[in-house]
Design a protein around this ligand. Structure first.
Ligand SMILES: [Ca+2]
Ligand SMILES: [Ca+2]
Length: 362
């Protein structure tokens, strides 16, 4: 007889095991593990610990909690718009300076405070302000490390702004150094050029006593040059800071220069080129200004304070090339003159090409 030992139990079939143990053939042995007790999470432990601590004090805490919740509710209800504007200010309302300066903002304020010790006038210290009227905004001066309080840092008779346009060294003789050239690359030369001319024109006009005709300068004028098949809005600019924007809407009249029909020089500038990323209809509006000849007609429309449109006819007399800061292009008290101006040669900011016309009247 075969012993159990010679035939270990683990080699037998389940049916055989059932027979030995006197179990039925179809019995299935229950095989259920005891469920493991779940360990409470740290959060629940912390919560229950806190509750044990707070529970004896709940009657005392009830009223303060109700008060805080009610206060928060009514504060939000009554101050909703101001809360929204606060949040909006944090996320959206960056100042113009913050946008221009970006991560340079700390370095910029540290730099300009060396020149304006204990001055906190934001307008004076603003990145777009041109305190010394050399055509370079404070941020341009920061980039070039020129003095924002001095028009001509090296005292050679050429303003810092004009040195930048001419690519000469604002701190000494000769051309810009390689470092200066590299620093000046991101500067907006068109804007610098416009500021230079604006500042000169503004000084000129403040000194003159031209009688002023009452116009509605909120409404754009119109410049028409039949020979160039050109009709374009005239924006009566008030501030050099808005030059770049105004030039996207037409040609600009320099504030302070004469108005149409007045004695003196009506100075109007337009683009002959613009940066490639400035995509607007007036990027090359004055690119063909040099095709005008003596005797050609130029018409200017302007709206009077009474709402009536007045039309003036000017006739071309001469064409000249000036430096952007040459006062001669803004001064002529002998007659009523219109100067149409654009940057020259095309694609550069070096000079101003100026077509002059005198008032004929119609
Ligand atoms: Ca300046
Ligand atoms: Ca200089």
């Amino acid at each position: 007889m075969q012993s159990y030992l010679s035939n270990p139990i683990n080699t037998r079939s389940p049916k055989e095991i059932h027979r030995i143990l006197k179990l039925g053939d179809n019995v299935v042995l229950p095989l259920q593990a005891e469920p493991m007790p779940r360990k409470p999470s740290k959060l629940i432990l912390a919560g229950s610990w806190l509750w044990r601590k707070i529970k004896p004090h709940t009657p005392k805490l009830f009223y303060p909690v109700v008060f805080i919740v009610a206060f928060a509710f009514f504060y939000t209800l009554f101050n909703f718009s101001s809360l929204v504007s606060q949040v909006d200010a944090v996320f959206n309302n960056q100042s113009q300076d913050e946008v221009i300066l970006g991560e340079d903002i700390g370095d910029y304020y540290e730099w300009i405070s060396r020149y304006y010790f204990a001055v906190s006038d934001k307008k004076l210290l603003s990145a777009t302000n041109d305190i010394d009227e050399d055509g370079l905004a404070n941020y341009d001066e920061f980039v070039l490390q020129t003095n924002p309080t001095v028009l001509d840092s090296d005292n050679d008779g050429v303003s810092d702004g004009l040195e930048v346009i001419n690519q000469t060294n604002p701190w000494g003789q000769g051309s810009m150094t390689q470092d200066q050239l590299k620093s000046s690359e991101p500067l907006d030369l068109i804007m610098i050029n416009n500021r230079i001319s604006f500042n000169i024109a503004n000084h000129q006009s403040n000194a003159s006593n031209n009688p002023k005709i009452d116009y509605d300068l909120e409404k754009h004028g119109t410049l028409s040059i039949p020979k160039l098949n050109l009709q374009v809005p005239i924006v009566w600019t008030k501030d050099p800071a808005s030059f770049s924007e105004d030039l996207k809407n037409g040609v600009v009249h320099y504030p302070g220069t004469a108005l149409p029909g007045e004695p003196g020089v009506v100075y109007i500038a337009g683009h002959s080129s613009d940066y490639i990323w400035n995509n607007h209809p007036y990027t090359r509006v004055f690119a063909k200004l040099n095709f005008l000849e003596p005797g050609d007609d130029v018409f200017v429309d302007v709206t009077g304070a009474d709402g009536q449109i007045r039309n003036f006819r000017y006739v071309v007399t001469e064409e000249n090339v000036y430096n952007p800061d040459d006062q001669a292009q803004f001064i002529d008290d002998s007659t009523a003159k219109l100067n149409l101006s654009t940057c020259w040669p095309i694609g550069t900011q070096r000079d101003r090409y100026v077509v002059s016309a005198v008032l004929e009247g119609i």
